[in-house]
Design a binder for this molecule. Structure first.
Ligand code: ZN
Length: 255
């Protein structure tokens, strides 16, 4: 049984309605206005959903860390051992392993569907990923605009879904070559998926915790990072919002 199968079993016990539930090839009806911006703006728009977080037993300390960087959550995982051993199989090729890349999109949709009702324009007026990190969207005139996180994520999911079903970018027929821009496109997709991970960790980890999905979520993220490292899909600038978490997972031997 693959890790994704193990991950899927977790949703049966605690997920609720899921407006974004999808197969990896789902088409979205809604079209994004333009495209996600490559860089974050640095306005301070951190939103920690304090009203809900107060219900969670936040560990006390002189400088409170985000919940996901606190114990015991840092060590909570569905899978023991390192994801590198799962990901780093011999003779791997990103071209042959696109199904796995698609599954990250599918399960990220599922997780976002779980917290969807709690990610509103009121709770998350911007696409934040921690203090000082606020992603913007490029409109059709290439202007960076601030969007509520829910709108940004909706646009990103639509944008990714459209890319994944585009035969000129991701050919599925035998003998059809991948285009020269395939690596850059996939890197951009993973960068955008990382931003959704970062937003959920920084703004909605309390909800993940309340639904007892933190082990699934941490393992899913560790798998995502291991896969990204194996195929060099993310660079250090992309992963800065969760650098401390990634370094901790590395120190634990998870990735
Ligand atoms: Zn949100």
């Amino acid at each position: 049984m693959s890790f994704f199968n193990s991950l899927g079993r977790g949703f049966g016990r605690s997920s609720r309605k899921n407006k974004h539930a999808t197969s990896s090839q789902q088409n979205y009806n809604r079209q994004p206005a333009a495209q996600p911006a490559g860089q974050s703006s640095m306005g301070f728009l951190y939103n920690s959903n304090n009203s809900r977080r107060q219900q969670t037993p936040v560990p006390q300390g002189p400088v409170p860390k985000p919940l996901f960087l606190s114990q015991p959550f840092l060590k909570t995982a569905l899978v023991k051992g390192s994801f590198n051993t799962i990901v780093a199989r011999p003779n791997r090729s990103i071209h042959r392993d696109l199904t796995e890349a698609n599954e990250f999109f599918t399960y990220l949709n599922l997780f976002y569907g779980i917290i969807l009702d709690h990610c509103t324009s009121r709770t998350c007026p911007s696409m934040s990923a921690g203090p000082g990190i606020d992603y913007t969207w490029l409109d059709s005139s290439k202007r960076q605009i601030k969007l509520p996180a829910s709108t940004y994520i909706d646009y990103v999911l639509t944008w990714i879904s459209n890319k994944l079903v585009d035969q000129s970018l991701f050919p599925t027929r035998a003998g059809v070559p991948f285009p020269p821009n395939f690596p850059a496109t996939l890197q951009n997709i993973f960068k955008q998926m990382f931003r959704i991970f970062a937003h959920i960790y920084h703004s909605h980890f309390d909800m993940i915790y309340h639904l007892s999905l933190e082990a699934h979520w941490n393992s899913f993220f560790a798998h995502f990072i291991s896969f990204s490292k194996e195929f060099e899909l993310l660079d250090k600038r992309d992963t800065e919002p969760l650098r401390e978490l990634i370094e901790n997972f590395e120190a634990q031997g998870k990735i």
